[in-house]
Design a protein around this ligand. Structure first.
Ligand code: BV8
Ligand code: ZN
Length: 248
């Protein structure tokens, strides 16, 4: 039966390494809108208009302003019980890795120590000409695309469509997928590649694959277990069971 947790708790009893592969859905309960779900930002704006390098070159101020808008929302949010439960898993397992498509930094703020950001981080920026980083908290986030002292445009350190993911982060995520005993896929529509390959690799190399989502996705048919529900509610329930398992 696809939603019977018995086998999951059997696996969590003996597991050593856990991988959490997360997407925008895990931050939805923090108030950050998703991309493709109901009310998702892509419904209003087209990704190709905003999340790609040519759009940025064509209209840097418009793209920069969109990221400023998202930064402001993110700065007012905080990790929710879903992020916090994932961080607490670290008290019960040898290795807990988070491989996230999110750029909102909420996993780190929740206390997760091993976080691979496959699509970058909205709080980081760099010059497209000389590569200088502009990550300091006192970097002056103006509403117009700022310029580097070398004259180059400064862009968000985010992986846009058609751009390669950071190789070190992607390879580390692949290694975590190959080594994990249980892989949780949380709050992602699993349509964006190559990131969506990570949970597939975990499954192919023997992990028990658990999906946590408010609806079925492209991945559901491959999961060993599909838990339909909000990650901010489902993950704390699983953590409570883990605490019982680990203390008996
Ligand atoms: C690449 C950064 C190699 C921007 C993002 C044609 C040309 C070029 C490339 C392609 C092409 N066709 C396909 C591709 C590949 C492309 C791709 O996969 N496109 C898809 C859309 C078909 N990928 C790329 O371009 C990647 N690079 O391939 O490089 C290359 C190089 C040169 C030339 C060719 C190839 C780069 C991909 C990264 C793009 N950047 N974002 C920004 O964030 O501003 S992608 C964007 O989607 C976000 O990063 C996001 O992380 C990612 C995935 O979305 P999700 O996280 O899954 O979010 P979504 O809204 O979709 O789903 C939310 C889910 O949560 C839903 O299932 C919902 O039900 C659930 N949910 C909601 N609430 C809750 C919940 N679940 C639980 N609890 C809740 N409370
Ligand atoms: Zn520069």
């Amino acid at each position: 039966m696809k939603n019977d947790k018995t086998e999951l708790f059997e696996k969590l009893k003996t597991a050593k390494k856990i991988l959490f592969f997360t997407g925008a859905g895990i931050s939805a309960e923090s108030g950050i809108s998703t991309f493709r779900g109901a009310g998702g930002i892509w419904n209003k704006l087209k990704p190709e208009e905003l999340a790609n390098f040519n759009a940025f070159l064509k209209n840097p101020d418009m793209v920069w302003e969109w990221y400023q808008y998202r930064r402001k929302i993110i700065n007012e949010t905080k990790p929710n019980p879903g992020h916090i439960s994932i961080a607490e898993f670290q008290n019960y397992y040898d290795e807990v890795v988070v491989s996230t498509q999110n750029v909102d930094n909420l996993h780190r703020r929740a206390g997760s120590k091993i976080v691979y950001e496959l699509h970058g981080n909205i709080e980081r920026n760099y010059c497209i000409n000389c590569g200088k980083n502009y990550n300091s908290p006192d970097f002056n986030f103006t509403d117009k695309a700022p310029r580097c002292e070398c004259g180059g445009l400064i862009r968000p350190d985010i992986v846009w469509f058609g751009e390669y993911l950071p190789q070190d982060v992607f390879s580390a995520s692949e290694k975590a997928a190959e080594e994990c005993d249980v892989c949780f896929v949380v709050g992602t529509s699993a349509v964006v590649y190559p990131a969506a390959q990570i949970p597939m690799l975990a499954k192919r190399t023997g992990a028990y694959l658990v999906e946590v989502n408010i609806e079925e996705t492209e991945l559901t048919y491959r999961a060993d277990l599909s838990l339909i529900g909000k990650s901010g509610e489902v993950l704390p329930q699983i953590l409570e069971e883990v605490k019982k398992i680990k203390t008996t």
